[in-house]
Ligand binder design. Structure first.
Ligand code: CO
Length: 168
């Protein structure tokens, strides 16, 4: 079974992650654990802090179902504001229209420390914004109205209680 995904709200999800400086075997191991977790959860992206590891690294799903790593990513440009239906593995079963940008330009490293720049739009741009937000210590819930946010927070509290009862 894959490693457990941390649920919102949790400090590791609301704190900015640390830049990756060690590209050794521990990073590769974490990447493969993230891959297993996102595939098991049928997600399209996952950030390292969702497994409790405060590192600036995420996996982003391509249309064909494969994933690529973005390490130390930064958004260079954003354009065309839109709202998109969004959910998150750390906020299960919650889907809300969320303000985003249609296009982004992102700079990131791969596991071989090579830098890349990608100009993305559509689904890829959406996943990149969501995952980089995670790495900055933000979840999409923060972009919603106060009312929606508190309703989700209430449901998450109940859900966490339910999970705890199941474990006890
Ligand atoms: Co997420």
């Amino acid at each position: 079974m894959a490693r457990e995904i941390v649920l919102w709200p949790h400090k590791v999800l609301t704190t900015a992650t640390q830049p990756v400086t060690d590209f050794g075997p521990a990073l590769e191991k974490l990447m493969s654990e993230m891959l297993a977790a996102v595939q098991e959860a049928k997600g399209i992206g996952i950030a390292a802090n969702q497994l409790g590891e405060p590192l600036r690294m995420a996996l982003v799903g391509r249309e064909d179902g494969t994933f690529f790593e973005i390490i130390n990513p930064r958004i260079l440009e954003r354009s065309e504001q839109i709202t998109l239906e969004e959910g998150c593995l750390s906020v299960p079963d919650e889907w809300e229209k969320t303000p985003r940008y249609k296009k982004v330009k992102v700079r990131y490293q791969d596991k071989a420390q090579q830098w890349h720049e990608v100009e993305a739009e559509g689904r890829l741009a959406h996943v990149l914004q969501h995952e980089i937000d995670h790495l900055d210590g933000h979840v999409f819930v923060e972009l919603l109205s106060g009312l929606k946010r508190s309703l989700i927070q209430e449901r998450m509290k109940k859900y966490q209680k339910f999970l705890k009862r199941k474990k006890d």
